[in-house]
Design a protein around this ligand. Structure first.
Ligand code: UDX
Length: 437
């Protein structure tokens, strides 16, 4: 199949390379010339493990290319994937202006029957909107189908997630488009990956319902962790034991400073807003959002408590800036909240992240970004651990204890061994774990 993926962000690029790997001919197009030039030179504009090689392999095989000529790449395609951003507007709704622009361009360049497929996370009913915009802009009687194929890629492991997905969701309402999509995903049919064919609205709903459910799960375990803090129980054991029940599952039961990233905060808000517009109260999702914002504050206060509620003049080392490990993405990362608060309250900050220093630098200049964990902790009055990078989880605590000025530490992700911290003389806190005697 000839495929055009519009939008070379993280979703578009991984999907484009993945679809090429499945044997399709893919052009990834974008209006941003700098991005396309970078990609043409074999560079990836963000950090994603394995993606550079994955893209290179498919470019070299002649299946993947990049273009600024969005109109032309539309004309050449059988299937067009829309993978542009849908950021959160001030009122919580998803902002669909980029999607609408793309739909207009598709309409103007529709030269023969095509399948137009949304990959971006879009509110239920967007497929219908896209259809209307294309209809309005096309100047002949050419047919098209609008379908939905939401992505479930996790940043940090998206290449693997694309190639070996748990499931593929395809919202499609014509037999012709269904057959075309079967061809697009042929290798997954052959290896019997579960593929759910449904209507467009249901597909759109599945994406939001899944992400919101995961967000609820995280907020739930964060509340249980707070309860453990109050009772002296150990959330680490609670969560492990809960996860052994396969009705519950062990994933997304790790407490911390609250979820972040480009999806959960945006999608939960968009879902609540959609519910409101339709007169449906999504109480549980609302509660997850509320719990999440309170959780950051709660965990931050733990850090302050370690400094007798006064961080003024203290040098604090922040370990981990990305919203999770294996990415350089800092969007809605808890580190942003911590940096803002700490700077505001007069602390000096040193920070280390294996991949996200540069992106955080764009937001905060008044932080001393360090090239190594050791450099960041040297002479610090305290440490806060915010991201679960292996490098941070596996830090040499003995060495760290010798480098810091004061042995104060907040392990906001419960990564470090409390017995080890105690043995080395740290005054420390984590989330929902009892004091070590
Ligand atoms: C998510 C979804 O998993 C993916 O299916 C969707 O397509 C896009 O959004 P991603 O944003 O990459 O993917 O991150 P994910 O690994 O799901 O984590 C989201 C946030 O939850 C992170 O801030 C992470 O630190 C946090 N988290 C995750 C927890 O706090 N506890 C957990 O147990 C798991």
């Amino acid at each position: 199949m000839n495929i055009n993926v519009i939008g070379t962000g993280y979703v578009g690029l991984v999907s484009g390379a993945g679809l090429a790997d499945f044997g399709n001919h893919v052009v990834c197009s974008d209006i941003n010339k700098d991005k396309i030039n970078l990609l043409k030179n074999g560079k990836i504009p963000f950090y994603e493990p394995g993606l550079t090689e994955f893209v290179k392999r498919n470019v070299e095989a002649g299946r993947l290319s990049f273009s600024n000529e969005v109109g032309e790449s539309i004309k050449d395609a059988d299937v067009i994937f829309i993978a542009v951003w849908t950021p959160m507007s001030d009122n919580g709704e998803a902002n669909l202006s980029a999607i609408e622009n793309v739909a207009e361009t598709i309409g103007r360049n529709l030269n023969e029957y095509k399948v137009v497929c949304t990959k971006s996370t879009v509110p239920v009913g967007t497929g219908e909107k896209i259809r209307k915009v294309i209809e309005k802009n096309k100047n002949s009687k050419i047919n098209f189908d609008v379908i939905s194929n939401p992505e479930f890629l996790r940043e940090g492991s998206s290449v693997k997630d694309f190639l070996i997905p748990n499931r593929v969701i395809i919202g499609v309402e014509s037999e012709k488009a269904k057959e075309i999509m079967k061809n697009v995903y042929r290798p997954l049919f052959i290896n019997e990956t579960p593929i759910v064919f449904t209507d467009v609205k249901t597909a759109e709903t599945i994406k939001y319902a899944s992400n919101a459910f995961l967000a609820v799960k995280i907020s739930y375990i964060n509340e249980i962790a707070n309860l453990c803090d109050a009772t002296g129980a150990d959330v680490h054991v609670v969560s492990k034991a809960m996860g052994l029940d396969n009705r519950i599952g062990s994933k997304f039961l790790h407490p911390g400073p609250g979820y972040g990233g480009s999806c959960f905060p945006k999608d939960t808000n968009a879902l609540v807003k959609l519910g409101k517009n339709k007169g449906v109260d999504l109480t549980i999702v609302k509660a997850a959002i509320k719990t999440n914002s309170k959780q950051r504050e709660k965990v931050y206060n733990k850090l302050k408590k370690l400094f007798n509620n006064n961080v003024k003049g203290k040098t604090i080392a922040i370990l981990g800036l990305a919203f999770k490990s294996n990415t350089d993405d800092v969007r809605q990362s808890s580190a942003i909240y911590f940096i803002e608060k700490l700077l505001d309250e007069g602390a000096s900050l040193k920070a280390f992240d294996p991949a996200a220093n540069e992106n955080m630098k764009k937001l905060f200049l008044k932080v001393n970004y360090c090239d190594s964990l050791e450099e960041a902790v040297t002479d610090a009055d305290g440490i806060v651990v915010l991201t679960e990078w292996h490098e941070i989880r596996g830090m040499d605590l003995e060495k760290v204890s010798k480098l810091v000025k004061t042995k104060i530490l907040l392990d906001a992700k419960n990564l470090l061994n409390p017995h080890e911290l105690k043995r080395l003389g740290f005054t420390f806190k984590n989330v929902g774990r009892p004091n070590v005697r």
